[in-house]
Design a protein around this ligand. Structure first.
Ligand SMILES: *[C@@H]1O[C@H](CO)[C@@H](O)[C@H](O)[C@H]1NC(C)=O
Length: 314
């Protein structure tokens, strides 16, 4: 297990405070409020160091392991999101989900084209409704052990996972039978367990500054929270698949492509406020990216290695 993903402003604060420590060692100590600090942090270049290991590049298959009950519409939101990441069709609608993913191509080695592969369903929860990290890895390996693949375990709202809520998703790697390693990830539906941590900004945050929640673009707070965390772990997986790619900080708690930018969705974000995003007039839904079939998504900022900043689409 390597990196964790969280959409919560408390994690954002944790990140900010570690950045603060960095800043304090080099800057004048005249920072009075968090909001001022945020402005300062965004001006300060953020550096994710490259640790000389392989990244996932070229055609990469995403296999899905659906664990627990998901509705047809939840399924469609997730699969359409994955298809949107490399769909050229969606590029006609701007800002596109595909252009969000293209930032991963700026990390050394060029683009990573995600292709949706096998989908396994375990709706009866064959390993029970409380999963350990080892069980997540075992579930992930059901979809094979090949190279250039990411096996993603998706757990439904009624499935507890060790550490869920202090983290909203993870990714890691296992040993491939043929030698080498395969990458896997997990994201859970947090709607009934901890939406304030893992479905923010579609739910009131548990800790920290309180802003009004945004309306979820699919109308489903749990699955739209999953999209944020899936986006986070996928970007982390392809840019740091084996914990020797791009990250900042210690390898056991790395800040990666998106987790280094946690809590930022649009311009002007600060803890408790996701930033200025687009709003659909009829529904009031907040979004910043358009995918296949005109679907709208709210995607987190991603670190851009060419500018050393957290880039938002809007
Ligand atoms: C990558 O996938 C695309 C779409 O399936 C396919 O057309 C292309 O030939 C693949 N490229 C390689 C190098 O396998």
């Amino acid at each position: 297990m390597a990196a964790t993903a969280t959409a919560s402003p408390s994690r954002h604060l944790t990140i900010l405070s570690s950045l603060l420590l960095l800043l304090l060692s080099t800057l004048q100590p005249s920072l009075a409020t968090t909001r001022k600090l945020t402005a300062l942090v965004q001006e300060q270049p953020l550096l994710l160091k490259y640790h000389n290991g392989p990244l996932l590049k070229g055609n990469t298959t995403v296999n899905l392991i659906w664990y627990g009950a998901f509705s047809a519409s939840q399924h469609a939101v997730v699969v359409d999101f994955l298809r949107s990441l490399t769909s050229s069709k969606s590029s006609s609608s701007s800002p596109s989900v595909a252009s969000w993913w293209l930032t991963t191509a700026r990390y050394r080695g060029g683009p990573c084209n995600l292709l949706v592969g096998r989908q396994l369903v375990d709706d009866k929860c064959s390993l029970g409704k409380r999963l350990s990290n080892a069980q997540l890895a075992a579930l992930a390996s059901r979809a094979g052990h090949g190279k250039n693949q990411i096996n993603v375990v998706l757990t439904s709202a009624d499935v507890a996972v060790d550490g869920f809520c202090s983290r909203c998703g993870t990714h890691g790697s296992g040993s491939a039978k043929s030698g080498g390693k395969f990458a896997y990830a997990w994201v859970g539906n947090a709607v009934s367990q901890c939406p304030g941590q893992c479905a923010w900004p579609f739910h009131q945050p548990i800790y920290g500054p309180q802003g009004p929640p945004l309306v979820a673009p699919s109308g489903d707070v749990g699955v739209d929270g999953m999209i944020i965390n899936l986006a986070t772990v996928l970007a982390g997986t392809v840019t740091n698949p084996f914990n020797n790619g791009y990250f900042q900080g210690p390898p056991e708690a790395p800040l990666e492509a998106v987790s280094a930018c946690t809590g930022i969705f649009g311009k002007g974000a600060y803890p408790g406020y996701p930033g200025a995003v687009l709003v659909e007039k009829a529904s009031g839904a907040s979004y910043n990216a358009i995918g296949v079939a005109g679907r709208k998504y709210l995607l987190p900022a991603m670190w851009d290695p060419t500018t050393s900043t957290c880039k938002t689409l809007v």
